[in-house]
Design a binder for this molecule. Structure first.
Ligand code: HTL
Ligand code: MG
Length: 616
């Protein structure tokens, strides 16, 4: 086993070409083995194995800085940089992160999880290096999906003007999570498949390698330059960035050779490599969408497993049905078709579906344009990724009170993806925006009622739901809902728990066998049900609010502000996430630690003088 001899990147420098090829295979096997037990970003990491081996062969991490965009494809990088003994803990409770993370290793140049940040970060590092008179390489590694993000494209614009010594590697597998989209993606697809590019590459390489590698490399570079000239419409040419490629991203000797050739070039260079997502593992090559991020599986007999009926599926079913009745409904996703439950919708209503690529800001403002011209856009977006559209929500949608429905998925702590993916800030940043309304359904039926009502009401409305399973609602059923009214689920004689969203299940658990404790489905946060709140306070009930969101600025804050406006001071406790980031791990454990679960609710009630069983 070669991997036994490799603990740090410098151990690659002495390996022969055969040993490096063997190492790549061993890395692949280890990634498959660990993803089979833990789940994880299998297909992306398999596709980046040769690239990562070549990078650590040619460059000197941690002196040289390797920045992985999104960071989900970096499993081989983690194994090669001193973490092979703990790689089996990836994404697990107390284990290493599933993305690169600065605090985890000196070899992890950036902490990531959101796409499209690597190039701007790399530019910053290159400028710092040059300003401080230091000397090391900065390499940004970005996928074709991440390159659809505005941040990445804008960074190229600055890089091409400033022209620092910087290497960018476009890992082009034509996939985001779904098939990749966008004009740039289409251009490269044509460009790569241009017959003459492929033929010249293949023929040229065979003939010239027979003569002399030195001659080959000279001609190889001449051909690159010629191609660039021939392809003046090549967008990188316009950006003032030297473009090299496309080259085979699985040809390890070829990658090492070309990286050595371009490593010392001055100015910004983009190396375009073509890879296969899922490379080396049949099922993942055939279906890189499912195997982008599978749960655990049997490595000998890998099969797709259903993860149950989720909130995303409930949303997808509802919006697919609604679109039959509402011809102006139009659904937008920023590159999360599968994650947002939109596969069926996209097949049923392709003419009213748009995948913008990984650009949530663009998606939000496209929705604004649609609303301005008579459509009823529904933007399906994860809470965490909606952070990328904050200004657009204010500037392009809320000021004019445009009718955009935000189907906010993954609201709350999400588990394996950790701090970069938790959806725990959206209430705070949405509720301060005038005209925006915020609701959280308790089940799939209430989701349908809210979606339908939101489309009727108009204005910017966010309907948020967690990364969780939910009971399927019957087709064709569209209940009415009294907008802005909370729902008493359980009467209480002394206290009420006001639960917003996912914590409702904890509230019901806490109130079980306690006739003195009532439970309210506080499903509307903006507008808050001030009438019910006032009545509860005036009647002297003790109150506890709960939410799977930062305590600061969340649902509880809204309740306290309302009570203050009403001039009421009931005995109240606000339970929410503390002012820290939650890493990857078990959601129930993090909820327990955060103090928002049933035990925490009972402890709060006990602290207010109620006789409750505190052990649940
Ligand atoms: C992990 C995660 O959240 C991923 S990985 C991924 C596809 C990236 O495609 P790319 O071509 O860059 O890489 P590839 O998988 O190797 O093909 C998306 C859209 N996401 C979700 C997502 C959405 N939006 C933003 C801003 N960031 C992320 N990370
Ligand atoms: Mg890709």
């Amino acid at each position: 086993m070669i991997l036994q001899k490799v603990n740090q990147p410098q151990d690659l420098k002495t390996l022969t070409q055969e040993e490096l090829l063997q190492l790549a295979q061993e890395l692949r096997s280890e990634i498959i083995r660990v993803c089979a037990q833990n789940g994880g970003h299998l297909a992306s990491s398999l596709g980046a194995v040769e690239l990562i081996v070549a990078l650590h062969r040619v460059f000197d991490s941690p002196r040289d800085r390797l920045l992985f965009d999104v960071g989900h494809q970096a499993y081989a990088h983690k194994i090669l940089t001193g973490r092979k003994e703990v790689f089996h803990t990836i994404r697990q409770e107390g284990g290493i992160s599933g993305f690169t993370k600065v605090s985890e290793s000196e070899h992890d140049a950036i902490t990531v999880g959101h796409a499209s940040t690597s190039l701007a970060n790399a530019l910053g590092m290159a400028i710092a290096r040059d300003t401080l008179g230091e000397n090391y390489h900065v390499v940004g590694i970005i996928g074709d999906g991440a390159l659809t993000g505005g941040m990445a494209l804008a960074a190229l614009n600055v890089i091409g003007e400033r022209k620092p010594r910087l290497l960018m590697i476009l890992n082009d597998n034509e996939m985001s999570i779904s098939e990749n989209v966008g004009a740039l993606n289409r251009y490269f697809k044509e460009y790569q498949t241009k017959k003459w590019v492929q033929d010249t590459q293949k023929w040229g390489k065979q003939v010239l390698e027979g003569i002399s590698p030195r001659l080959f490399s000279l001609v190889d570079r001449a051909k690159e330059a010629a191609k660039l000239m021939l392809h003046q419409e090549n967008p990188f040419y316009a950006w003032g960035i030297r473009y090299v490629g496309p080259v085979d991203g699985h040809d390890l000797p070829g990658l090492i050779h070309i990286l050595e050739q371009i490593k010392e070039l001055d100015g910004p260079t983009l190396l375009h490599i073509v890879t296969q997502k899922g490379k080396g593992y049949g099922v993942a090559e055939e279906d890189p969408i499912y195997w982008h991020g599978p749960p655990g599986f049997n490595p000998q007999k890998p099969e797709k497993v259903s993860k149950g009926y989720s909130w995303s599926a409930a949303f997808g079913d509802a919006v697919t049905e609604l679109a039959h009745k509402e011809p102006r409904l139009f659904v937008i996703t920023p590159a999360m078709r599968e994650g947002s439950g939109l596969v069926k919708y996209s097949q049923t209503h392709p003419e009213r579906y748009l995948d913008t690529g990984i650009c949530e800001d663009v998606a939000a403002t496209v929705a604004a344009g649609m609303a301005l011209r008579g459509l009823k856009p529904v933007l399906a977006i994860y809470s965490t990724f909606m952070q990328r559209a904050y200004d657009q929500i204010i500037h392009d949608i809320a000021i004019e009170n445009l009718s955009v429905v935000f189907a906010v998925d993954r609201a709350g702590i999400v588990g394996g993806d950790g701090a970069t993916h938790n959806g725990v800030f959206d209430i705070a940043y949405l509720r301060t925006v005038p005209n925006v309304q915020i609701a959280a359904p308790k089940d799939a039926l209430e989701l349908r009622a809210m979606l339908k009502k939101a489309l009727e009401l108009g204005g910017p409305i966010a309907i948020r739901y967690a990364r969780d399973n939910v009971e399927k609602a019957p087709e064709g059923v569209w209940p009415e809902i009294e907008w802005g009214r909370w729902e008493v689920l359980k009467e209480g004689s002394k206290a009420y728990i006001l639960a917003f969203g996912k914590t409702l299940k904890y509230a019901l658990e806490a109130a079980q066998d306690h006739p003195e404790i009532g439970v309210i489905n506080a499903r509307f946060l903006k507008p808050l049900d001030k009438g019910m709140l006032e009545a509860l306070a005036l009647e002297g009930y003790k109150l506890v609010t709960t939410e799977d969101h930062q305590k600061m600025g969340g649902f509880g804050s809204a309740v306290l502000e309302a009570l203050n406006e009403l001039g009421l001071k009931p005995d109240i406790r606000v339970l929410g996430l503390p002012d820290v980031f939650f890493d990857h791990g078990s959601i129930p454990r993090m909820h327990r630690e955060a103090g928002i679960d049933a035990a925490a609710i009972r402890a709060a009630l006990a602290g207010m003088g109620l006789e409750v069983k505190t052990a649940t």
